[in-house]
Design a protein around this ligand. Structure first.
Ligand SMILES: [Zn+2]
Length: 294
């Protein structure tokens, strides 16, 4: 036992002297540069989102954010989707599990659009209001080149006395020219959303082919605009008076005020801007893809 004890003690001593007194070979050369960490790059979706935000910030909009896990009330009911409204089906909502004991309006879901933040902000702030709402949204879509169960929206809301459809057109026309270049033209087509009336889809002339539908010297068909010369870029409309009803007590009397709202898909705009044909590239975390934006 004593022999063993001696051996262990010697080994411990040897190890201790080695670590405290390095030899010339193992010494740290303090003149060498340290380990550099790569700085990284802004993700193309965040970059696009920030570009959109800065355009509207210059128009006096402020940024509002809200929870990604929402109640049925904020995601649907307050936005004029009554129970059993067919529009609820079209959104293919992802609900949280085990909530059968709760009242339907309190059931939790992953928000399908950023519009719940309209209601949450109007509950807190009296009109006039100009907000921009960026954020993640979820829908039950299997991932492919143009779909993802998680994607990004930027939504806008302006409320004041005497806001008209002319204000909506002027604001969005200015914003599209600021985002895609002063030569783009804009157009509107009637549409339907439960929370706006009237509603419209907005188109911009294709900034890739200049609106001709053809590209390059050999007149190849322009894919992003499907050779039409126009790209559908966002949905918009005048806020439905029923939406104001749910926040009426905070100064939003639909008899006295009006407003417009719009929403766009950040991922799709980023794809158009950077000429990508596969949405999944944004979410795979492949550094070889992402470092190109550094
Ligand atoms: Zn085109």
């Amino acid at each position: 036992m004593n022999a063993l004890k001696k051996e262990v003690e010697q080994k411990v001593e040897a190890a201790a002297t080695q670590s405290t007194a390095p030899t010339a070979d193992s010494a740290i050369d303090i003149s060498l540069p340290g380990i550099r960490r790569p700085i990284g790059a802004e993700h193309p979706i965040i970059r696009t989102q920030n570009e959109i935000i800065s355009v509207f910030r210059n128009l006096g909009y402020s940024v509002a954010e809200g929870p990604v896990i929402e109640t049925d009330y904020y995601n649907f009911e307050a936005l004029n989707f009554p129970p059993n409204h067919p529009a609820r089906d079209t959104q293919d909502t992802l609900f949280l599990a085990n909530q059968d004991a709760k009242a339907p309006r309190e059931r939790l879901l992953l928000r399908t659009h950023t519009s719940p933040v309209q209601i949450r902000t109007m509950e807190k702030l009296a009109p006039p209001l100009r907000i921009l709402v960026p954020g993640k949204v979820h829908r039950n879509d299997p991932p492919d080149a143009s779909h993802s169960p998680m994607f990004h929206q930027v939504e806008g809301l302006a409320v004041d006395t005497n806001i008209t459809f002319g204000d909506l057109k002027g604001t969005l026309d200015h914003a599209m020219k600021a985002l895609f270049g002063s030569s783009v033209k804009t157009g509107f087509r009637p549409s339907f959303f439960p929370f706006t009336e009237p509603s419209a889809e907005m188109f911009v002339s294709c900034f890739i082919c200049g609106g001709s539908g053809k590209r390059g010297e050999d007149n190849a068909p322009c894919r992003p605009c499907k050779q039409t010369g126009w790209i559908e870029i966002l949905g918009c409309g005048m806020v439905d008076p029923n939406v104001f009803e749910s926040v009426k007590q905070n100064g939003y009397d639909p008899e006295k005020i009006s407003g417009f709202a719009f929403g766009m898909g950040v991922d799709r705009i980023a794809m158009l801007k950077y000429g990508l044909d596969d949405l999944q590239l944004f979410f795979q975390g492949d550094v070889r893809f992402l470092e190109q934006f550094g």
